[in-house]
Design a protein around this ligand. Sequence first.
Ligand code: SF4
Length: 320
Amino acid sequence: VTKAFGEFAAISDVSLVIPEGALVALLGPSGSGKTTLLRVIAGLEQAQAGRVRLAGIDVTDAPVQRRGIGFVFQDYALFEHMSVADNIAFGLAVQRESAHRIDARVRELLDLVQLRDVGARAPRELSGGQRQRVAIARALGSDPEALLADEPVSMLDVSIRLGVLNLLRDLKERFNLAILYITHDIASARYFADHTLVMYAGRMVEGGDSETVTQAPAHPYTRLLIGSAPDPDRLTGDLTDVQDQGNGEPPSLIHPPAGCRFHPRCPMAMARCTTDLPVQIEIGDGPGHWAACWLYDEETVRRQRPGSAVAALNGRGAAK
Ligand code: SF4
């Protein structure tokens, strides 16, 4: 999909597949297009080009509430003047369910997120972790086939994050849900997501199984991102402040650079990187691992000098 706001190219030709029953983490700096991508998939924004399909059915033009997609926001987005039960019931009432059916479903959903007996309370009486569980229950109300979560744990204490992430993982296994979640936390991607995708400046730059992408990143931007994380083995705080240190900042998306958008910052940049848009190239060192980087292109590998940095990098890849 492609989405621009005026001259601002928020996401450009981004393609991804979220397999049924898989938890997919989306990493990237602020402004890389992650939230716009989620909003396009959810139908909260219309893409200028591209299609969104759910279980093979084109839902690009379907209204938000008919897409079979649930959405969880970073700040919970609960209605403060309503009880917890009414918050969860809101979407069901819009779908004109009977009062009896709504009551039963709200109880079932509260059970699912391990929050019995809070239905009559106001959201402000709950902790942050409980509020996010209520938001997840609300998102599950319509039996979605996919759940989109925009930094669902970034506002929570580190000690509470594990519980919410475990809940998401349990739910996807129980209901075979496809879940896409945005995170700045490399450890949560590593330990909770089946697959990890990395975005930079409105484009997808790397993807693969989470272990490979976070332990052996191939794209120079992912290497910068992971190299600058303070401790990738711990569930940490928001890494926005640290991940863009080194080699400047992401480019303006009003006039993004030609070729690879990372080339002004990339220590490995070659002449073709300034003119040719990189394609996704299989790396071959982990299931489905790919990078949009010319370093792994056969022509680059053929021309490289033995002992060069490019040769060293490619020694790890399928292109060797
Ligand atoms: Fe660096 Fe070129 Fe790869 Fe872009 S395509 S990340 S500039 S080596």
